[in-house]
Design a protein around this ligand. Structure first.
Ligand SMILES: Nc1ncnc2c1ncn2[C@@H]1O[C@H](COP(=O)(O)OP(=O)(O)OP(=O)(O)O)[C@@H](O)[C@H]1O
Ligand SMILES: [Mg+2]
Length: 192
């Protein structure tokens, strides 16, 4: 392969996201041959995860190929032996197995349009998968508060998140009445 050039801004943006806690969902789009696949190859070369390139086939073949890639990565012969009949089933499996892993992993689905063309349910299944990861961050925040952390900076460090990134999460919890601002202008939050 020729030497990787340029695209250092894109690489550092990806690295930044990789360093953040919780699941991150990143869409890479651009015209044909612009270097999307190459960028992700470069980004993932020293990381572990699943790099799946969908072919222009049918959804049964695509699901089966993806399942095999997951079975190989997780060394799960049982997964390989069973029939996965929907993306929902596939992502449910991933959600369970990923939550048992300490290590950060990537899951790259290249040529996503080929997947979408054959089975539109992949979008809602993926959305559920991503939302569940987001919910885990909210639980970690509530856990941090249950352990007596009330200042956003304390909560952020307990959760392992950047101090400035905690505010959108806290705002949503406050908006839903799950948390209250301590008193006007107070930087503390309390459980009602
Ligand atoms: N940053 C780069 N440095 C060097 N070569 C590159 C770079 N980006 C892309 N290339 C080369 O350009 C060609 C096209 O790149 P790539 O296949 O990544 O494009 P793509 O956006 O994924 O295209 P497609 O939409 O067809 O999937 C490849 O031969 C790749 O090796
Ligand atoms: Mg490509």
């Amino acid at each position: 392969m020729n030497e990787f050039v340029n695209r250092y801004d894109e690489l550092s943006l990806l690295e930044e996201e990789w360093g953040r806690p919780g699941g991150r969902f990143i869409v890479v789009h651009g015209r044909r041959r612009i270097g999307k696949t190459r960028l992700i190859k470069e980004f993932t070369k020293n990381k572990t995860g699943i790099f799946y390139v969908a072919g222009d086939s049918n959804s049964k073949i695509q699901l089966n190929e993806f399942k095999d890639a997951a079975a190989t990565f997780f060394r799960d012969d049982f997964l390989r032996s069973i029939d996965i009949s929907s993306w929902k089933m596939m992502f449910d499996y991933l959600e369970k197995v990923i939550s048992t892993k300490e290590e950060r992993i990537y899951l790259w689905m290249d040529e996503f349009s080929y997947l979408l063309k054959n089975d539109k349910t992949i979008v809602s299944s993926l959305q559920i998968f991503i939302d569940h990861k987001e919910i885990k961050t909210y639980f970690s925040i509530l856990n941090a508060i249950a352990y007596g952390n009330t200042k956003p900076s304390e909560i952020a460090s307990f959760v392992g998140i950047n101090a400035r990134e905690i505010y959108p999460y806290l705002d949503l919890l406050i908006n839903y009445g799950i948390l209250f601002q301590g008193f006007p202008g107070s930087p503390e939050v309390v459980v009602p």
